[in-house]
Structures are given as structure tokens and as C-alpha cells.
Design a binder for this molecule. Structure first.
Ligand code: SF4
Length: 717
């Protein structure tokens, strides 16, 4: 085949110029006010291949115009006269995200992008259409007319909203983030990100962002210098006696390492747990035995493995809501290779349908049995090309994680754990669990303790078995723990929000490291403002175990990384004769220490399997729930256009339950009631699903624990 281009063929050159002339017949000359001006391929090609003057006089030289803009969603706006009908947006929606709510309609000069009258554009990935639109036809309500591309400075970073580790580009101007775009990383998120990753960043500049340390005096918090706050925190923790550490799951791996070392060295305790959500001892054992230290190249499952897997089993995990990049990869795998996606879940979600998946309808608590039976029925055969993805929600289903591990070992399928928060996996690797030290070392293993103590220049590490987050809360309520050091934990995310608040009240001294005012900072004795993800360098570890380094976008002297704050308190504690200094101040120094310590190469902790208690025979309706991608989460505060695209809160029930209850239901649990519309789903009878965080303070605070029994009444009953 001989290919001629504009370089070798006059005909090709003329054709290109002709096409440009056609494209520009109706394209407005509004580049100076268009968001795309300065980064527009059409603008570039008009400069290189366009004519200086138009020959289009058919309508008196007037270009086609439309009323503008059209909201194709609360977040995406369409200026139709700029559209060059390339179909990138419609193809992305139909082929990549599977949300075909926009379409090219009409023909010829009238052809344009439209939305279905009864189905507005509804997608968690809609912002990608803005980024790939080659002209300024699709713009973001958030960014429209806010800035010019050539005024922006771009810094690569990693998204902080889930455990996917998606590459992003942060565009900023004079110390302010103006927009975020998807980066291009073929091994991770390819070139797509979720709308939450793209649009949810205003939380970091919210009006209640903490900008200076606070110490409590005469019952009131007052501003203090960093030096004073370090000293007051150290004195308070020393006086409190035993202290528990709750770092939360939004920290970088470097911060996780600092929390882990702070607990062991400065406080002399193994009472540390990053899990700020329902958890179980079975999960701790599962993570130590099957998850920590796995990673790309070390036997861990990767995005690429998802693409080539024959079957992928999802348990306690809804990728579209909880890990967008995993969802897109699974959808791609299904479309390209026919990967069989099987979900052990209460109903067929929209995401599962888009992955071409099949449902094993399961009531909460029944996941263990479903996993046990999966390998036996022959309906979904598993082998070494299969992958089992378990979500953090499986911790609330006794025996399920043990069954997942058993299924993997019986069939040869590979196993991976997908948490929700960006810092969870890094916190696990750096020892923010009572039973794990940094580098995946079991805290109960004497050799592992010696290993760490030697590197840290200590004689020994604490031997007493630590408490998990629930036990720390219970111990604080019971007066067995005097102090608490709390990172980014929202009490309403925890297993028992009322108990968590009671623990904060009962503790004699609380130190809070936070971005913004929360229920924790309001009762804390010392509050340290910590750096947001744009203010510090660090590492997020993906669900695969892949480290994702990023640099600080800004230098913000008003907020220090958690690691620097902990180092400051540790130094003050050391001067009081307690513990010792952490031996670092900067993130680079923390990273150097982590590298010096390295990963554990000894025996892993064994997994203590737990037998399922099952869900059969229990009265009432079982509550199934998970967080939708866009909801009341505090990291979406200030992003009203994004929030407006949240899926409405509906309860999902079986046809029989819907027939009995009607279209509005009131769900009542041991923590409150919620009345909301109901929709029919292919759920088992005796199960109701509701979104976790779309009303009030969320299901955990205002309704009941996941998997617990609730009563459900129809509006007429
Ligand atoms: S991507 Fe932009 S130019 Fe292409 S069809 Fe969509 S709106 Fe039109």
C-alpha cells in the first residue's frame, strides 16, 4: 500500500484544506473567549491548513447559531455551534463508560449532539467528554470562562478519591487549582478519570479549612503557634497514659509510616488502626496473610490482569461506585475479551449491567456461602486466569473473606482486595494495623520486631498485642485508654458513630490532625491543620499495591504533612523522657527511612479462617448498602455542580416486596428511620438496599449497621 499525505500529494493537501474550509463554514470565530482557545486542535489546524478568508456566502456569510449553552447535565454544557461532529463524546459514552445518554441527532447541517428527552446525561465519567472534545463545544460548568490555558501551570498528581491511583493533571493559577484533567497512564487509569477525581477539589479550600494550630484553654479552642501546640500535645498525651492512634484512610504512605512509627516509638503501643469504617478481626488476619506486600511483579493482581482474566468475581465490591478505573477496565475486558464478570451482590446494579456481568443474588451475610458454592456449581468455572476482587465491605460479612481466600486456593484464581480510600493500602503496607509493622512485618513475630527496632535504633518495640479501631473506641469509652490521636476520621463513617463520639468525650486528651473543622476537631484538646494532597508530596498505593508518587502542587506554610506534625510531637515527648524522636522532618526523609527498612522477607502471618454464621433463618429485612460515587461525602463539599449529578437516593427491593410495600418505603433500624422512594430490583426477598451516604449523616449514623435487620413499611401502612 502506498500512502500519500499532504507532504507528497497535492490532492491530499487540497482535500485537507477543503475539509478545514467545510469545518470552519459554521464554526464561530470566538477563540478569544472559548475555553479551548490555546489548546484546540481545530485552532491549530486552522492556523496550519485553513484559509485566511471564508468563501461561504450562501447565507449572507452568517454562521449557524444556536441558543447557548445547553446543559446536557448539571456539570457538562454544550455550545452546539462549536461542535465539529467528530463523535468522540458519543463514542466515549457508548463504548468506554457505557452511558449512551448523548447521541448525534439529525443529519447534514442540522446534525448536532443531543440528549434523550426522558434520560438526561447521567454518567460518573461525563467529564472525560469535555477533555476529549477537540473544540470548545463541551465545557464544564465549573471551569467555563474561568481561565485561559496559557495562564495555567500544570502539575502531574494522583487522584485522592479512591484506591485506583489514577493519574491526573492539576492546572493551577496563582496558587489556586482551576481544573483537574486526566493524566495518561496506560498501566493504571489509561486516559480516563471519574467525575469525582476531576471535579471534587474545592473541599481543600473550603471556608472551614484549618489554617493554624489550636489548643484548648478553659474549655475553648484558641490559636497557638506550632511550637506551643507540639508542646501542649506532648504534655497532654504524656499525662493521658495509654493512647490509641486512628490515622484514617486518606493519608499518604509516608504519613502512614509516620503514624505507625509514632505509635510504636513515641507512644510505645500497638493500638493503631487506619480503618475508619466497619471492620473485623477476620479482616485484619486476611489482610496480613493475603494482601500486604503483594504488588505488580510480586504476584499481585494488576489492571492488566483484569483485562486478560477469563472470569472476575466481585464480592462486597461495586466497582462503578467504589473504584471507577477498575470499572472501566472491567467493562473494557468484557467488551474486548468477553471476560465473565460475576458479582456476589444484593441486586444487578447499573454498573454490573454495563460490564456485561451476571449476578449471584445474595443477602448480606450470605457472601461466604455464595463464595463457597461458586467453585462447585460449575456455572462460573474458575481457574488460574480468574481473579477474585473483594471489597472492604466484606469485612461486615463473617466468614466471607475466609471463603474468598479458600476459593482462590481451591481454584488457583488470584485474589485482590479493593479498599475505598486512597490511603488505605499504603496505611496497610506501612503498619497502621495493630498486628502489622511497616513493610508488612507481623508485630507478633519477635524477629520482625528486632528487624524494625534495629533499623530505628531502638532496643525493642512494644510486644503487647494492639487493639483494632473498634477496640480502641471501646477501650476509650471504658476508660482504659486515656488519649486518642485522630487523623482524618469522620465519626459517621465508623462502625458505630455514637460510640466513636462517646470515645472522643470519654478520652481525657484528644489530638486531631485535620484539614477542616469536624466533629473530632470540635472536641479535641489540640488541633493541627494538616496539608491537603496539593500541599504535600507523598505516595498513594493503589489497590494493586503499586506505589504512585506525586509532588506538592503548592507550598503552603500554614499546613504541614501529618508526618511532620507527628515528628514535632514526638520530639516534645522525647524531651519529656518518653519515646524518642522519629528521625525525620521532611517527606523525603520519611521515604528514605521507608526504603532503608524495606519489605519483610520472613514468614507471613497465617490466616485464621472464620466460619460463616450465615444469614438464613434470621427474622426481618436485611440491610444492604454501599456508598455511591457521588454523595454527601465531605470531599465533595463545595462542588455543587458535581453533587447535582448524584444518582437519586432510592431503596431497591424485590418485586414481591415492592408489591407489598408500594413506591415509598420507611426503613427503620436501631439508629433511626429513613423514608425514600422504592424501586424494583432483582434482589432476594427479605433484603433492602439503600445508598450509604445520601441523606443526613448517612446510614451508619442515622439508620443501622450494614447487614443488620431493619423493619420496612410502605407509606400507606
Ligand atoms: S466531542 Fe465535541 S466536537 Fe466532537 S461531537 Fe462531541 S461535542 Fe461535537
Amino acid at each position: 500500500m502506498v500512502v500519500n499525505t499532504q507532504v507528497t500529494s497535492e490532492v491530499a493537501d487540497k482535500a485537507q484544506q477543503g475539509i478545514m474550509e467545510f469545518l470552519l463554514i459554521n464554526h464561530p470565530l470566538d477563540c478569544p473567549v472559548c475555553d479551548k482557545g490555546g489548546e484546540c486542535p481545530l485552532q491549530n489546524q486552522a492556523m496550519s491548513n485553513g484559509r485566511g478568508e471564508s468563501r461561504f456566502f450562501e447565507s449572507g456569510g452568517l454562521k449557524r447559531t444556536f441558543p447557548k449553552p445547553i446543559n446536557i447535565s448539571a456539570q457538562v454544557l454544550l455550545d452546539r455551534e462549536r461542535c465539529v461532529l467528530c463523535a468522540r463524546c458519543t463514542r466515549f459514552s457508548a463504548q468506554i463508560s457505557g452511558d449512551p445518554f448523548i447521541e448525534l441527532i439529525e443529519r447534514g447541517a442540522l446534525q448536532q449532539v443531543g440528549i434523550y428527552e426522558k434520560e438526561p446525561y447521567d454518567s460518573y465519567f461525563s467529564g472525560n467528554t469535555i477533555q476529549i472534545c477537540p473544540v470548545g463545544a463541551l465545557t464544564s460548568a465549573e471551569y467555563r470562562f474561568r481561565s485561559r490555558p496559557f495562564d495555567l501551570v500544570s502539575t502531574p498528581s494522583i487522584a485522592e478519591h479512591d484506591a485506583c491511583g489514577s493519574a491526573i493533571r492539576v492546572d493551577h493559577r496563582r496558587g489556586k487549582v482551576m481544573r483537574r484533567l486526566s493524566g495518561n497512564d496506560p498501566e493504571v487509569n489509561e486516559e480516563w478519570i471519574t467525575d469525582k477525581d476531576r471535579f471534587a477539589f474545592h473541599y481543600a479550600t473550603a471556608g472551614d479549612r484549618l489554617t493554624f494550630p489550636l489548643v484548648r484553654e478553659d474549655g475553648e479552642l484558641r490559636p497557638a503557634s506550632w511550637t506551643e501546640a507540639f508542646a501542649v500535645a506532648a504534655r497532654g498525651l504524656a499525662a493521658a497514659g495509654s493512647v490509641g492512634v486512628l490515622p484514617g484512610g486518606r493519608i499518604t504512605a509516608e504519613d502512614g509510616y509516620a503514624y505507625s512509627k509514632f505509635a510504636r516509638v513515641a507512644l510505645g503501643t500497638n493500638d493503631i488502626d487506619f480503618r475508619s469504617r466497619p471492620l473485623s478481626a477476620e479482616e485484619s488476619s486476611f489482610l496480613a496473610a493475603h494482601v500486604v506486600l503483594t504488588g505488580p511483579g510480586g504476584g499481585g493482581v494488576t489492571y492488566a490482569d483484569l483485562e486478560t482474566a477469563g472470569t472476575v468475581v466481585l464480592a462486597g465490591f461495586e466497582p462503578e461506585d467504589e473504584a471507577g478505573a477498575v470499572f472501566l477496565r472491567l467493562r473494557k475486558a468484557n467488551r474486548a475479551h468477553g471476560t465473565n464478570v460475576v458479582s456476589i451482590a444484593p441486586y444487578t446494579s447499573r454498573g454490573l449491567r454495563k460490564m456485561g456481568g451476571s449476578l449471584i443474588a445474595t443477602a448480606p451475610g450470605g457472601e461466604a456461602v455464595a463464595l463457597d458454592e461458586l467453585g462447585m456449581t460449575g456455572e462460573h468455572p474458575l481457574d488460574s486466569t480468574s481473579v477474585i476482587l473483594v471489597g472492604e465491605r466484606l469485612a461486615t460479612s463473617p466468614g466471607a473473606l475466609s471463603s474468598a481466600a479458600g476459593l482462590a486456593s481451591r481454584t488457583g484464581a488470584r485474589l485482590a482486595w479493593v479498599p475505598r480510600r486512597a490511603g488505605d493500602r499504603g496505611a496497610l503496607e506501612t503498619g497502621c494495623l495493630p498486628g502489622l509493622l511497616p513493610g508488612g512485618r507481623p508485630a507478633a513475630d519477635a524477629q520482625a520486631r528486632v528487624d524494625v527496632a534495629t533499623t530505628w535504633g531502638l532496643e525493642s518495640l512494644p510486644e503487647t498485642a494492639g487493639r483494632d479501631a473498634d477496640e480502641i473506641v471501646a477501650a476509650a469509652v471504658a476508660g482504659e485508654l486515656g488519649g486518642l490521636v485522630v487523623g482524618g476520621v469522620d465519626p459517621d463513617d465508623t462502625a458505630d458513630p455514637a460510640a466513636f463520639r462517646a470515645a472522643l468525650d470519654a478520652a481525657s486528651f484528644v489530638v486531631s490532625l485535620e484539614l477542616r473543622e469536624t466533629d473530632v476537631t470540635r472536641v479535641a484538646d489540640v488541633v493541627f491543620p494538616v496539608a491537603s494532597v496539593v500541599d504535600k508530596a507523598g505516595t498513594f498505593v493503589t489497590w494493586e499495591g503499586r506505589p504512585r508518587w506525586f509532588d506538592a502542587v503548592f507550598t503552603n506554610p500554614q499546613a504541614l504533612p501529618d508526618s511532620r506534625v507527628l515528628a514535632g510531637i514526638a520530639e516534645e515527648l522525647s524531651s519529656l523522657g518518653l519515646g524518642g524522636p522519629l528521625g525525620f522532618r521532611t517527606v523525603a526523609e520519611v521515604r528514605a527511612q521507608m526504603e532503608e527498612l524495606g519489605p519483610w522477607d520472613g514468614e507471613r502471618a497465617a490466616h485464621d479462617p472464620v466460619l460463616s454464621t450465615g444469614s438464613a433463618g434470621r427474622d426481618g429485612v436485611a440491610l444492604a448498602t454501599w456508598k455511591q460515587s457521588i454523595d454527601h461525602g465531605s470531599m465533595q463539599d463545595g462542588d455543587d455542580n458535581l453533587r447535582a449529578t448524584a444518582r437519586p437516593a432510592v431503596a431497591r427491593v424485590s418485586q414481591a416486596m415492592y408489591d407489598a410495600l408500594g413506591s415509598t418505603v420507611t426503613v427503620t433500624g436501631d439508629r433511626g428511620s429513613w423514608t425514600l422512594p422504592a424501586e424494583v430490583a432483582d434482589a432476594p426477598d427479605g433484603v433492602i438496599w439503600v445508598p450509604s451516604n445520601n441523606s443526613g449523616n448517612g446510614v451508619l449514623a442515622d439508620l443501622a449497621s450494614p447487614g443488620s435487620r431493619v423493619t420496612v413499611k410502605g407509606a400507606e401502612q
